[in-house]
Structure formats: C-alpha cells, structure tokens
Design a protein around this ligand. Structure first.
Ligand code: BEZ
Ligand code: FE
Length: 288
C-alpha cells in the first residue's frame, strides 16, 4: 500500500497494518498487522490519553527492568490477565479423558536433578509428608512406560526456589515412570500462596478487588515421545482459593484428594513414623 502524504486519525490504522504486513515471514506479518489493528482499536475504544499511554509505557518498562533469569514478571502479567490460560486452552484441546493442561507459571527451572522411585524432593524441609503416586496412561488406559515427570512446588512459606537466594535445587526434581507406567514421589504438602506482589503486577492488582492467591498445588511437566507434552498441576481438594485462582489455572479434573494416613507403610514400599498424606493420580496423555 502506498502511504498517503498525510496520515489521518482515520487512515493511520490501515497504513500501519499494511506496513507491518510486509514482514518477510507470513505468520509474523499476520501477527503484527493484527496486533496493530487491535492496539489501535483499544486506543479508540477507551479514548486513550497521552498521560495514560505514558503510564502504561512506564509500567512496561518497570516490568522489563524487574525481570531477570529468575524473576519472570511478564509471564506473571500474562498469567493474571488470563492470557496464558487462554493460549494454553486453545493450543491443548485434549480429549476429555486426557489430563488437562494448565499454566506453566514463572517458577519452572530447567535441569532439575533426577530422583529415584519414591525419593524425597523436599530434603527435610518443614511440612506434612506427602506421597504422590499413580500411573501414566494413554487415552485407552494402557500404561505408558518411561515418562519423565518434572515436578516443582513452593515451600511452606509459599516460596519457590527461584524466589530465594539458594544455589542448590530446592523442591524440584525429575522422576522417571517405570515400565508399567508407575511413578512415585515424596515431597511435602504444598500450601496456597500469594503471587509476587512487590513488582508492577502487584502494584496493579493492589488497585483492584482481585485476590492475589493461588490454591495449593504441585506442578508437573510430562514429556513422553509420541504424546503431547503435558504441563499441568495437581490441586489439593478442599484448598482455599480453588474458586478464585489469580491465574485462572484450576480445572475440576486436576483437583485431587490428599488423603490423611496414619503412620505405617507408604506407597514407595517404605514406612512413615508420622501421619502422612497420600495423593493418587493417574496422568492420561494425549497422543501427539
Ligand atoms: C505458579 O503456580 O507457580 C504461578 C503461576 C502463575 C503465576 C504465579 C505463580
Ligand atoms: Fe505454583
């Protein structure tokens, strides 16, 4: 499109969208020209003022400046806006019997240490002992052997490793399911926690009635050749905030009982001297 000499309020959107549609990669062209149209529409609909746009730019700058390899403020922003969950859902339209996907969140760390059957990823941190175990299955119920389960969670103060000045892996590990699809891990019961409120996302949320809490959960990432990668959580049944998760991540199918057990035999074949919790869950994978 040849640009008219004078660009007006009425023509600028078409001119800018056409300019961005010249991106060499067709998908980039599609994404950028649609972004221009939607941003312009937002400015028109809200009659955006210059002061408001400058405040938004300040907020984006602060969001970038607080971010580093451990602090993922843009992921947090996307999560609380519901955008992460929308993108997850439209990209993982699994069979209804498959385990649903949910948000990755800002606290996953690559390269977690491998742990054996039933090994404790909490390394003695305070909390109620919890065993999570079950079978990784295909849609028809057949066990899927050898799945790697990458697991992470917060501690009893609601902090993830990425939020603490620690050098060692903390409350995260990889477990490999057996030939029969069985997996078993030991940890501590997760608690509900507040998302980080000391940055620009928190500053915005503080101006609303939004609850800034997430219900108690453990994160899982399952990667198995031949199946869709599954990023999900298991939420504790009865936990606070299940109906108000600040990042919209809860799905009924992911809410699981953590049953109280007396001291005695545990699912790893060992035993516990103290009362403990049992979470049984079979992951069902979508073929890829
Ligand atoms: C999390 O569960 O780790 C999380 C997800 C989204 C935002 C903040 C935290
Ligand atoms: Fe979490």
């Amino acid at each position: 499109m040849t640009q008219p000499l004078t660009v007006t309020e009425d023509t600028i959107t078409d001119v800018a969208a056409a300019r961005w549609a010249t991106a060499h990669d067709p998908r980039t062209a599609e994404l950028m020209s649609a972004l221009v149209r939607h941003l312009h529409e937002f400015a028109r609909e809200t009659k955006l003022t210059e002061a408001e746009w400058m405040a938004a730019i300040r907020w984006l700058t602060d969001t970038g400046q607080i971010s580093d390899d451990k602090r993922e403020e843009f992921i947090l922003a996307s999560d609380v806006l519901g955008l992460s969950m929308l993108v997850v859902q439209q990209n993982h339209r699994f069979d209804p019997s498959a385990t649903p996907a949910t948000v990755l969140g800002p606290f996953h760390i690559d390269g977690s240490p491998e742990r054996g059957w039933g090994e404790d990823m909490s390394d003695g941190l305070p909390g109620e002992p919890l065993w999570v175990h079950g079978t990784v299955r295909a849609l028809d119920g057949t066990p899927v052997p050898g799945a790697v389960l990458d697991v992470w969670q917060s501690d009893s103060d609601g902090n993830y490793e990425a939020q603490l000045p620690v050098d060692e892996a903390r409350l995260r590990a990889k477990y490999t399911a057996g030939d029969d699809g069985g997996y078993c891990l030991r940890t501590i019961a997760p608690l509900g926690y507040a998302i980080p409120m000391d940055g620009p996302v928190g500053a915005l949320i503080s101006q609303t009635d939004i609850s800034h809490y997430r219900p108690a959960h453990v994160h899982f990432l399952l990667a198995v050749p031949g199946y869709e990668p599954l990023i999900t959580h298991l939420f504790r049944e009865g936990a606070e905030y299940l109906d108000s998760d600040v990042v919209f991540g809860v799905k009924r199918e992911l809410v699981v009982g953590f049953e109280r057990r007396d001291p005695g035999p545990t699912p790893d074949g060992g035993s516990s001297d103290v009362p403990w919790l049992e979470c049984r869950y079979d992951f069902v994978l979508q073929p890829g």
